[in-house]
Design a protein around this ligand. Structure first.
Ligand SMILES: [Zn+2]
Length: 259
């Protein structure tokens, strides 16, 4: 949408920014594209993003055991939809899926595909806390964190040849969508940057409040994770969405600033 309005000058600027970023941060990006703050513009269009999400979802459904508990899936989806409706990207068709796994984790693919494990659900004490985890993941979708990481990874892997295809008006071709989805599925278990986490929390607090949940539940989750981080079996979510006192302080500040 934004890029459709873009004049030649704007497109040139994007190309320049991307080139600079590639030259400046190529190696770091190859390790973890989530932690790079080298550049920010999103140039994969929403239509392509949704197709990548759909394809990634198909791959994840083969890779992980999806919970067959229909009631549980419906309950989680209902909470998620309530939150997503109040998000800044409420136009997306969100899906919330329970993965049957003891690992304590949750993650978001591009386009609104969100996953939560039975392992983390066992640790959450209320619907507010479930909403806290889902709200945070919706925040990642709103800020397109997975999509940005995917772009960086594709540029690092394919270089300039990929750029023309990405900037094209018709969106990514079918084969590129499949390729992008494979990469996207592989990125989901990487560590998010602290900037990503703070952004996702802020959006999470906002939509929890708007949907009638108590955003303080996010603080309880952070405290629980911080406590367990030093224990025998540190939850996997610590490596994808690292908890911190900084996050707790920022969430408290965001709650104080709420109207
Ligand atoms: Zn996160």
């Amino acid at each position: 949408m934004e890029r459709r309005a873009g004049a030649a000058g704007k497109r040139l600027l994007i190309v320049f920014v991307l080139l600079s970023a590639m030259l400046a941060g190529g190696q770091a990006e190859a390790q973890n594209p989530f932690t790079s703050t080298a550049y920010d513009p999103v140039f994969i269009g929403e239509k392509s993003e949704i197709e990548i999400g759909k394809n990634t979802d198909e791959q994840l459904r083969q890779k992980y055991r999806i919970s067959t508990d229909r009631q549980l899936n419906q309950r989680i989806n209902a909470i998620g939809q309530k939150l997503a409706a109040r998000s800044e990207r409420s136009n997306l068709a969100y899906s919330f899926t329970v993965i049957d796994d003891e690992l304590v984790n949750a993650f978001a693919a591009p386009g609104g595909y969100i996953y939560i494990t039975t392992g983390i659900l066992k640790k959450l004490k209320s619907e507010h806390e479930i909403a806290g985890v889902l709200g945070h993941e919706i925040g990642h979708v709103v800020h397109k964190h997975s999509l940005k990481a995917l772009q960086r990874q594709m540029l690092a892997q394919f270089g300039l040849s990929i750029m023309g295809a990405m900037l094209g008006d018709g969106g990514l071709s079918g084969s590129l969508i499949v390729k992008a989805s494979e990469i996207s599925a592989g990125l989901l278990l990487l560590r998010n940057s602290r900037e990503n986490e703070l952004q996702a929390d802020a959006e999470g607090v906002r939509i929890m409040h708007a949907a009638g949940y108590n955003p303080r539940a996010m603080i309880d989750i952070q405290r629980m994770l911080l406590k367990e981080a030093g224990g025998k079996n540190p939850p996997a979510i610590i490596s994808t969405h690292p908890p911190s006192q900084e996050r707790i302080d920022a969430i408290e500040q965001a709650i104080r600033n709420m109207p």
